[in-house]
Design a protein around this ligand. Sequence first.
Ligand SMILES: [Zn+2]
Length: 375
Amino acid sequence: MEDPRKLRYHIQHDNVSHHPLGAGSYIFKDKLIEHINLHCPKSRIVLHIGAQPNSSPHMGTIISFTVAFFLASKLQKDHGRSVLISLDLVDTAPSEQLTINGVQYQRSQRFTREMDKYVKDFLEIMESLKTRTGVEYRTRTQAQFLADPNIPTAIRQIIRDREVLGRSLSPKTGKLAIRAACPHTDCGLADKGGVGTVYSFSDDESTIEFQCPSHGTYKLDLADPQHIQKLEFNTPLRNLLRAKVFARDPDASWIRVTGADYAGYFQEQLLWRHIAPEEALVIFYAPLIVDWSGAKLSKSLYVRSGAYQYLKDMDMDYLLSYRSFKEQGKDLEVIFEEVRHWVEHPYSLFRSYSVAYIDSLFKGDRPVQGQIGKT
Ligand SMILES: [Zn+2]
């Protein structure tokens, strides 16, 4: 039988990239920044980006970060706004995962320190973006995020609502995925889905009891800020918690910039459904970088080994990791200039870009910009 994975020829195309207008690109085609500015009434604007530092950043992450910096730069230059980029390093993301007696456990990045290998790549990109755009940034670990004064109230609210939120945010288990690493120095296991977690909430108590398969139970007290900083959340919960906390910042309007894979059903069901109108924030979705088939280009970590062999064979694996990007002598300025153009022409921001489009930029053959809607 013929190998179903044999290499195919590419579609011949005319190198013209059209911009048919629809929905967001129609409404915000030339007045995006004005709209964002209008919805940020507080004295400062913080643009939030996040990353799980479990591999060297790939092109999708670099582009999301770049979109955030150029949006910020335009708010700063055209509207005189005071802006700051805040990068959350999600060091509570899984580094190792295992199943014991049918329960899924993880050891986080901050426990294994696997992330130390990759964080400098993220910071190098952030520094280049700061130099290019003149926008300042700061980075935060999850413990630093959890030190926010609005966190204890928001966590209590979420835990009180655990019946409804558990079913919605973790349909498989029905439980809130709040976890904490076992305090034993060599252990660090955490019940990933929070399935064995017990909450004790009354007028004078707010504790969470966790289970380690080797060391038994351990408790955290929500009245103790040090304990709160040990908590870990899955992505939908962290998403909800951020919205609740950002809305309560008295000085800054927060904008989240994230990949377009979070737009649509995910956000509608897991965020908007569960927040009050005053907790709504601006979320801007950066264009996705997609493979030949239209699927999100993933970090190699999340796809089977060898999955992108065809990109490697064409020396396009610089799209998969910043480390390869640097080894191949690629220049971040190519991406910065492209994204700067998207932000100047906002209809360009409401679509995906294929690996072929991005690669053509690096070959000095930028696609011809075709029609913008009906002309
Ligand atoms: Zn343990």
